[in-house]
Write a protein that binds this ligand. Structure first.
Ligand code: 3PG
Length: 284
């Protein structure tokens, strides 16, 4: 039985060593494919794998077809939008994820991004503080909850909306106010922290209308997925409203255009780094 760890973006060494020990102690074989640059390398590596551990690595129908012996795919992380579930199901392959295990890392980054934007991307000049500002959380899952609690600790006024949580007590337990619609959430958001998955319903759902409804000087913080953003709409909104800011951990397709047009009002990390901590990798 062969377990392939295929990570274009490698796990922390300590996490890899931990996985290797568990698998070899169980009597199985481990193969490691890190920092691969070509899909062909993944297709070749999965050919004889029985199990596959991945991060944001794309497990498409083509990969599943090439993996003749595959029985299970484990996505170390929350989002499994990178796995073709229909193709896996058709072959009887189990797909699992590890929700919550990297949430703290992502939540810390979201708050750090807010400070970064409030302080002019750490360049000289007068910044502002997070204390007293309204932090609006779009989707109150594992990451959203942690962002809410951390925002409270910084003295922010935290509000949240989640289409799947109707019980206000879930929010109140964290001192967070539940709002009843997306429109209400964005209209009050000095900082809007996105924590929605990329699904058919959410793709391109955040655009001009929501952004332009935000208060003066508002910042959109995206540690979720680039696919949920309507990039043309965001560009239009930020062109019309010179006070709006956008920071993202997932570089948009239009990153170069946004950098050029919006300067310090826009920032994208060079590579998704929300879950890039040793702790998150080990937990996952
Ligand atoms: C997740 O869905 O858990 C995060 O997006 C982490 O992604 P990564 O494994 O590519 O860092």
């Amino acid at each position: 039985m062969k377990v392939l760890i295929a990570t274009e973006k490698p796990f922390a060494k300590k996490a890899v060593d931990g996985i290797k020990k568990i698998i070899t102690d169980a009597g199985y074989e481990v193969a490691l494919l890190e920092k691969y640059t070509d899909k062909a390398q993944l297709l070749a590596a999965v050919a004889d794998a029985n199990a596959l551990i991945i991060r944001s690595d794309k497990v498409t129908a083509e990969v599943i077809e090439a993996a003749k012996n595959l029985k299970i795919v484990v996505r170390a992380g929350a989002g499994y939008d990178n796995v073709d579930l229909a193709a896996a199901t058709a072959k009887g392959i189990v797909v699992m994820n590890t929700p919550g295990q990297n949430s703290n890392a992502v939540a810390e980054l979201a708050l750090g991004m807010m400070v970064f934007m409030a302080r002019n991307q750490f360049t000289p000049g007068t910044g502002s503080e997070l204390k007293g500002k309204t932090l609006a959380i779009h989707a109150y899952g594992n990451v959203g909850k942690l962002v809410g609690r951390k925002g409270k600790a910084l003295g922010m006024n935290v509000i949240a909306f989640d289409p799947f949580i109707t019980d206000a007590k879930v929010f109140e337990a964290d001192g967070v106010k539940k709002v009843d619609s997306i429109e209400e959430l964005y209209a009050q958001a000095d900082y809007l922290s996105l924590h929605i998955p990329a699904t058919e319903q959410t793709k391109k759902s955040i655009g001009h209308k929501l952004l332009t409804s935000m208060p003066k000087g508002a910042t959109l913080v995206n540690t979720a997925r680039k696919e949920v953003i309507d990039e043309a709409g965001v560009i239009q909104a930020m062109t019309e409203r010179e006070d709006l800011k956008y920071i993202t951990d997932i570089a948009p397709e239009a990153a170069a255009e946004m950098s050029e047009k919006f300067g310090k009002r826009f920032f994208a990390t060079p590579k998704k780094m929300g879950a890039e901590t040793a702790e998150a990798n080990i937990n996952a």
